[in-house]
Design a protein around this ligand. Sequence first.
Ligand code: SF4
Length: 620
Amino acid sequence: MYGFQGKILVIDLSRGTFEILHKDETYYRKYIGGGLLCAGLYEELTADLEGFSAFSPENPIIFATGPLAGNRVCGATRVNVLSLAPESSGIYLSQAGGEFGPNLKRAGFDALAVTGKSPKPVILAIDGNSVQFLDAEYLWGMDRVLSHERLMSDLGEDCCIASIGPAGENLVRHANIMFEPDHYAGRGGLGAVLGSKQVKAVAVKGDQNIFFKNPETVRALNRKGGLKLSKAIKKSPDSFMGILGKLGTFGLLEINQKAGNLPTRNFNSGSPGDEKALSRLTRKAAETDFVGNKNPCRNCFVACKKQSRANPEYTSLAEYESVALLGPNIGLEQDLETSLAACELCNRLGLDTISTGNLIAWLMECFAKGVITEEVLGFSIHFGEGPKTMQLIQDMTLRKSEMGNLLADGIDKAAAKLGPDTKPYHRFVKGIGMPAHLPRKKPGVGFGYLHGPNPNDHMKLEHDWIGSDPSSLKAFGLEIRSAPDALDKNKIKIARATQIYYAAMDALSLCLFVFAPGNVYTLEEIIEMLNAATGFDFRFDDLMEIGERAIQLQRKLYLHLGGTDEEFLSFLGNEIPEGPSKGARIDRNDFYQARKHYYTIMGWDEDGRVLEETLKKFEI
Ligand code: SF4
């Protein structure tokens, strides 16, 4: 087989054993890799199980890579992680960059499944065909960056490490998984799944070859993509890709603020109004004050990852999503230094920055509206309070105070405890905090937020701008248009097409910034590269079938394990009161019409369940 190792490693922590599943080409043609492979494997391993929860030992957690990984293809570095999610209902799929995915493949495996529960804290050290269960007692409770350093010195610099922090150990519902010291599978609370299994870290290393059918073709396409990108950036340094290369996603603060898409004070506005704050959010400020050296995933031409200029001790410069949610969204728009310190603290302790920012913003707004009082909270909390933010991050990680402990168990429990009046002020969907794109400004993205699998995920479909871009739509064979602020049938058709495309790229484990139409490769080039790597004969339709199979299978699992779609959130119907997106809202009727249309074109029944004929069509 080309492009695949043909082996999947399954580790049973309860027994302290491992098994290698051998898979053939038919299997890989169906499940390819990434999120689809995760879902296929998850279904296989849970087929005989019933009534388990995210923290049950039998709940597997799956890591998967893709066919292009491991051979220096730009962007083919993503590792996908899937499990029943502690933070939400149903399964959740999260991704990270870095070298863990390629290293897993070099160790000889296309995917890794971890199931059971270790009797004591453990490090899983995977090297070729050997798995060691090493004592992790000495790392338990340790800041994740320190524990990473210890592991590198104990196991060797050629290891690549996934790990959890104290948040995962303490089963905080929005704990994440860190890969190396600066990449995160942030969403869904999957770090707490590893914590429940007492897995502090997974270390992989290996030097096995990965064979491509036509490596020269892959190399040539890769080179061509790199040249095209550098020419495009030279020609338009202020284009999206130019900004990404120069300033990383930190440079998107200005773009999103100007568009009125920057979550500000609990998503109540798309831009902080005052001059001082605006001066901190510019690209110039990013360049002079915040963005340090490049720190890209290996072999990436885009190089969106950066180091922190202000504090080179930080693991990396926080990304747009993190700094937006723990910055303007909690009133720290004038004090991005504190915002970055809060992001770094989350990284070290192992918390998802997006849900953390949402929880704190929710408390701040409830307090400002008088819905919760100092008497109830035990303290006051106002937008813009940096020290309180840092304290809350510590408290929820360590479950230290009554409020910290409550927030660690997620929004639903916290809102139930603090009263029904607090509910309209939270921006969570099925327990997951809202990412840094305003649903009222981008109703197509917002529509995606409220639907599983993967509620409140901004990386599962193309954003609303594409509805008025004929050349990008043409790549998907679409001749229709939809205005950026519309939530009409065309927007839903476009959302479906791009959702399928994104899921297909995810199955190849390609990074979004690389695969987005025309950024580095064209769609045709990606298909040619896949065929050159694997020896397959895929065409556009085959790739779309892969993408749709991924969505349908994840949807099936999501519903089967308790996931449901969110009902319309009342705040979406209120106009944004000020700023560049003033007046933006989603009409409740439009939303439910769109849902009806979406269920129909996805091949689901009126309650959103995948129809038997759809399951049959995708052989799932
Ligand atoms: S674009 Fe950024 S996240 Fe994607 S592969 Fe390159 S450096 Fe990594």
